[in-house]
Design a binder for this molecule. Structure first.
Ligand code: 5GP
Length: 126
């Protein structure tokens, strides 16, 4: 997959758009009015969940610039609820949004990775 150009317009044929529309399968973890979450296909930790806003946003940058206050609140609350429901608050977890080529973002629909279930090590590998 090619790294995401964060300035590109939203492509409604990206794989996460297809998962959101039910055109591709996933192991669903959570859904509400604002967010949809499923297990990462290549988990990097015992818990590795991807949380997507329902709206069409390329990245965290796009979302933070264009989303409504309701969308932002709903999405952030969903991330917190999923982590609580999974019992990750007490042991700890990490929430990560990759933006653009240096981050390694591969899929051009905003997704926050929730990783936990083991000590996660350095924030940024050397
Ligand atoms: P990014 O690098 O864009 O932040 O992360 C993309 C993530 O999506 C990766 O962790 C990758 O394993 C996951 N992924 C890519 N394609 C699929 C898919 O078709 N299904 C699921 N469940 N995860 C995917």
């Amino acid at each position: 997959m090619t790294p995401v150009d964060p300035t590109m317009p939203y492509d409604d044929q990206n794989i996460f758009a297809k998962i959101l529309r039910g055109e591709l399968p996933c192991t669903k973890v959570y859904e509400d009015e604002w967010a949809f979450a499923f297990e990462d296909i290549h988990p990097q930790a015992p818990e590795h969940i991807l949380v997507l806003p329902k709206g069409a946003y390329v990245s965290w940058d796009d979302f933070s610039a264009r989303a409504s206050a309701e969308e932002i609140a709903g999405f952030v609350r969903a991330i917190g609820k999923i982590a609580r429901d999974k019992g990750l608050v007490e042991p700890g977890y990490r929430a990560i949004a990759n933006v653009g080529p240096d981050s390694g973002q591969l899929v051009p629909h905003l997704h926050v990775h929730i990783c936990g279930g083991r000590p996660l090590g350095a924030l940024v590998p050397a």
